[in-house]
Design a protein around this ligand. Structure first.
Ligand code: SF4
Ligand code: SF4
Length: 173
């Protein structure tokens, strides 16, 4: 992985690693917020460039358009986190958590039975399927934020954020 792109991604991770969204999803584990998707796309672009993909890409493929699309996607794959205005526009879950004076839905006495429950469970289940970490009722947010980063190191695609550390431990030949 390109070191500069990984460093940029790590900065994004530092920004979101303390944020648990209103719905209980950990922004630190989201590929759009923690920079891992941007780093992946950047890594793919580097490999394609260094291997001269524009010269051997299949002729039925519009390579310039594809390349431009990757660029646009890399620029768009950036979220500042739920607590800083990122995530879904006008999210009813975040708004309700704020109005209900709870840190997130996991602390709410109406969890599992409120009017927003269908959307809430949809978001939480979808996030889990995508490999994100989600807080459950009864779990302590501080405890989770202390252990989740370790779990993230082995979780694809966020694992790439920690490649530099792994590589620096390799014996120098
Ligand atoms: S924007 Fe809404 S769905 Fe997204 S993390 Fe925040 S509360 Fe959850
Ligand atoms: S009422 Fe529902 S959406 Fe609102 S904070 Fe409670 S669990 Fe979350």
């Amino acid at each position: 992985m390109d070191r500069m792109k990984t460093a940029t991604a790590r900065k994004a991770y530092e920004n979101v690693k303390g944020q648990i969204g209103g719905c209980g999803i950990w922004c630190g584990s989201c590929a759009l917020g923690n920079g891992s998707l941007r780093a992946l796309i950047g890594g793919l672009e580097s490999v394609l460039d260094s291997h001269g993909a524009e010269h051997w890409a299949p002729s039925e493929m519009d390579y310039p358009a594809f390349s431009c699309g990757l660029d646009v996607l890399r620029g768009a794959a950036s979220c500042v986190g739920c607590r800083q205005g990122g995530g879904r526009d006008d999210c009813s879950l975040r708004a309700c958590a704020v109005e209900s004076h709870v840190a997130d839905c996991s602390d709410c006495t109406d969890f599992g039975s409120c009017a927003n429950d269908e959307l809430l469970q949809h978001m939480r289940e979808g996030a889990r399927k995508a490999g994100l970490f989600v807080r459950d009722p009864g779990e302590n947010a501080g405890d989770l934020l202390a252990v989740w980063p370790k779990g993230l190191e082995a979780s694809w695609p966020s694992t790439i954020l920690f490649e530099d550390e792994r590589c620096s431990n390799f014996p120098k030949s």
